[in-house]
Design a protein around this ligand. Sequence first.
Ligand code: TA6
Length: 269
Amino acid sequence: MHMKTTSIELNEQHKVDVYSQGAHVMSWLCDGKEQLFMSNAAVFEKNKALRGGVPIIFPQFGGFGPGQKHGFARNLPWQPIETDASNRLLFQLADSEETRTVWAYTFRAEFLVELNDKQLRMAMTISNYDEEAIEFTCALHSYFRVNNVENACISGLQDCLFWDNGTPFDERYADERSEFSLNAALDRIYFDVPANIALTEQQQTRIIESRGFNDIVVWNPWREGAAQLADMESEEYRHMLCIESAAVNKPISLAPGASWTGEQLITVI
Ligand code: TA6
């Protein structure tokens, strides 16, 4: 079953496409160049998140909780909401019988996508409509398109403490490198990161700014990991790098009536 795709098109060179299942940003063209990775093997089916683009992770990041891995928001249809600006799209997801069976709270999630010449802005807002406080972890799980991951350089995480997936969660190390590239699989959460980090490859730098999120996840499964994923070709690992703005270490707590917004802004320079 195919879901609806909505687009913002400033012109032929600047465009973003959003899939209504998951309010999932699928593609972003900036200066005619695709900025996001989408696997050739991505599956466009009900209840299945796409392998690429920007999955919205809510109300649980990874296995950090009793619910399904990475939560349900990326698997459900979101409702488009009218906006008064031609460069903005807005989507909404409210609790339903389906969500309440796995997460017993009344909430509303909104996702705003704003496209400017050199920038994509994505903002997720969670509002607590319940009588009880709610707590969740979440992320904007962006898959960046790169020519060759081994040449893509990340900077801005120097001295941040990190945790490597697969090790005890209280085991933390500091990264002393001012910049680094990957040459093997990495699945790592950096904590209390600066607002801006940079991804540079060849002549292009993408500034990744997080607002409201304290953590950054860096993930690439490499060839062997990708081979385990049914919806990714094993050689595609070369062309992707996930840099995710996330709230994992300190879950977000919202009193009844309260709201929280987390944003990721990507600027091409
Ligand atoms: O954000 C990194 C991560 O949590 C990895 O551990 C890896 O499993 C990835 O997300 C993708 O998860 P998915 O459920 O989409 O296969």
